[in-house]
Design a protein around this ligand. Structure first.
Ligand code: IMP
Length: 207
């Protein structure tokens, strides 16, 4: 199948940069919805990361189909979250909405740390999960998933990354994901791994 471009359903410029870096050698143009001049209001009401990612991809693909622009285009979207085992995998698919969408991550992170007060290292296990969904011009749908295992720290550390990064400690590095360089994080992150897997799936399809 001839594919010319990927439209990634996100408004996050950081994600687009990361995706462009990983998919660079496929020789495809990678655009955000904004780059492509699309604006769709999407309600993420799925109960899994895969469902939410697929809801976003399908909505954007439907919009492109309506205006006859889907040809040669793969629409992709991701959904991700933090699962803390001790809290029954909360905040999970509600990670962005945890304590309210507009609440600062300083407050969210402090809250999660306080909910783990007195919990020893071995029981502070957690993971970031990312699912990516793709809709192809012929209607075919693909999904991929990546995870990174770690532990919840005792205080915020590091200034890099975003969201829950300052409290997510990666034993392999002895640092939080907020203390990793961009390159280090992309190499081991949930999103990096899910993207690599999606790339492999696409390489089997794209000419
Ligand atoms: P979304 O997939 O962009 O909706 O992100 C879901 C939420 O999960 C984000 O708003 C963050 O709270 C959290 N999250 C996902 N990936 C990361 C990450 O790499 N670092 C820190 N927080 C993350």
């Amino acid at each position: 199948m001839t594919i010319k471009r990927i439209i990634f359903a996100t408004g996050n410029a950081g994600k687009i940069k990361e995706i462009q870096a990983i998919l660079e050698d496929m020789g495809l143009e990678v655009l955000s919805m904004k780059d492509a001049g699309i604006s769709v209001d999407i309600e993420e009401n799925g109960s899994t990361y895969e469902e939410n990612a697929m809801i976003k991809s399908r909505a954007v693909a439907a919009c492109l189909r309506e205006c006859g622009q889907l040809e040669g285009t793969v629409v992709m979207a991701d959904d991700s979250g933090l699962e803390i085992d001790y809290l029954n995998r909360e905040p999970g698919v509600y990670s962005a909405r945890y304590m309210g969408e507009d609440t600062s991550y300083r407050v969210k992170n402090a809250n999660l740390i306080s909910r783990l007060e007195g919990v020893e290292d071995e029981r502070r296990t957690a993971r970031f999960v990312c699912a990516i969904a793709a809709v192809l011009p012929d209607g075919r749908e693909l999904t991929s998933r990546g995870t990174i295992e770690g532990r919840i720290g005792y205080e915020e550390k590091g200034r890099g990354g975003f969201g829950y990064d300052p409290i997510f400690y990666v034993p392999e590095f002895g640092r939080t994901t907020a203390e990793l360089t961009e390159e280090e994080k992309n190499r081991v992150s949930h999103r990096g791994k899910a993207l690599q897997q999606m790339k492999k799936l696409l390489q089997g399809i794209v000419e």
